[in-house]
Design a binder for this molecule. Sequence first.
Ligand SMILES: N[C@@H](CCC(=O)N[C@@H](CS)C(=O)NCC(=O)O)C(=O)O
Length: 211
Amino acid sequence: MMRLYDYYDSGNGYKVRLLLTQLGIPFEHLEKDILKGETRSPDFLTINPNGRIPVLEVEPGLYLSESNAILIYLSEGTEFLPEDKFDRARVFEWLFFEQYSHEPFIATSRFWLRHGFAKQKQQALQEKQAPGYAALEVLEKRLKDHPFLVNDRYTIADIALYAYTHVAPQGGFSLKKFPAILSWCDRVSNQPNHITIETAMIETATIEIAL
Ligand SMILES: N[C@@H](CCC(=O)N[C@@H](CS)C(=O)NCC(=O)O)C(=O)O
């Protein structure tokens, strides 16, 4: 069985959890507390020298990191990744956009705000506002006339961008002025076998209470 090294509050981890679930692939979940530096231990660094989750152990001893690379690996040959060469490149375009122009601003702000760094990072948070909103404008423009990001159908491009966009308000980015993004978020959350970013956290909490 595949094994996912993850951190429940992470949108990057959520991308992988969501796709595995929608593909119906069972997996073992291993929670790493990034706040306690658990991804920086010597053991963890042997599976990802970059010291970050998510990491997917595809088969014993074979590890893959970088959320969007994992999405590509898992979606090969499925309805979540187009077959046509150009359409695939379009999907990759969104994945690279997410990592360079979206995640560093929206995800990082969300992390700081959710984990008590608001004061310490006040200026940096301010500096992330303009590029974060610029990324949201790009998404809004695309989604105005299209139900999904590529080919008018749900692909890993939508999964990658949804992960941190739908929780952007937790990073201090209001979605009120982005009606196309809000409708798209609804469409994404209504896809078959959708799970929320909190699903696993709720399940874990239930297990902890039950124990
Ligand atoms: N580009 C990477 C980013 C991964 C990443 O930033 N992971 C964060 C959690 S969202 C992490 O593990 N941080 C722990 C650390 O840096 O020590 C991806 O998309 O997977």
